[in-house]
Design a protein around this ligand. Sequence first.
Ligand code: F6R
Ligand code: MG
Ligand code: MG
Length: 365
Amino acid sequence: MKITLSVIKADVGGYVGHSDCHPQLLTRADEYLAKALGDGLLIDYHVTKCGDDLQLIMTHQQGEDSKEVHKLAWDTFVGCTEVAKQLKLHGAGQDLLADAFSSNVRGMGPGVSEMEFEERGSEAVIVFMADKTSAGAWNLPLYKIFADPFNTIGLVIAENMHQGFLFEVHDIKDAKKITFKAPEEIYDLLVFIGAPSRYMVKAVYHRETGNIAAASSTQRLSLIAGRYVGKDDPVCIVRSQGEFPAVGEVLEPFSLPFLVAGWMRGSHLGPLMPVAMADSTPARFDGPPRVMAFGFQLSGGKLVGPRDMFADKSFDNARQQANDVADYLRAHGPFEPHRLPLEEMEYTTMPQVMKKLEAKFTPLG
Ligand code: F6R
Ligand code: MG
Ligand code: MG
């Protein structure tokens, strides 16, 4: 049975500030998706949130980029924006960058990760959702999951994974893509994906079966809007078990709270803290950035779950380390590398300050 799993998300208003999503937004979203389920457009859905981002996890048989499913997501976000406006939530409708829906939500503000596949006898999937960080945050974990034998022992000792995976990488500045073969091209791959502000792993495929293994959202809000409108807060779907890495191999990269761009005003480097949904409430300095992992078993497209994977105690040390790293980085105040380099900052006063002081600058020597 061919299933499409679509995760479409947007920040349509924060509660309080940019720290959380109001429960009434989740209720409104549920009403829209319940109706679509009744109408037969969806097979199943789960509405959740990560920080101030509303997350629509949907299964259906309309394929990727379906106009009907994307319109449903758009209408849901518009409906939730009405609630956000009534409650005067912060930044109501902030990620809806277009005036009206056209053919799909790509390029209109919401983040999208979708994949169509033949449901296996047992289909375990993990949906990752992040807040206060950029698209590109998945490069490091996807590399570790699908190309690093120190993370994924299955690459070494499981026959159905030993041949490796294909990485589809997008250059989001020049709108180009390229595919790399792991393991033999990992040095070339890393030249690009080690620079996640520009090069992003869009998808990963099994080399022998050609089956899709992972898909991430690569929308960069600032490139769409041409100005800062909020962080991308990306999502990523990873299939697990059998010919794909085991659940524990998929979660393992997050035992390190690696550094990502985002945090306060989208202009800082901070540790990505793995959290349960209840703890996806960025607080200190609007952070530190968070990542959630919801696990599902699919059954005829039904979403059996979620299991909140990072609620587990085995991620306590990562959370502690993230808080220690946050202390260390915060002590740098407005200095790089805590503050992002000038061209990466989402907020800046540089043009105004420069204009004011231009006449006072004198040549060196
Ligand atoms: C970062 C983020 C927040 C805001 C900050 C200022 O992604 O969302 O750190 O940038 O709270 O928000 P505004 O400009 O909405 O007052
Ligand atoms: Mg927000
Ligand atoms: Mg957010």
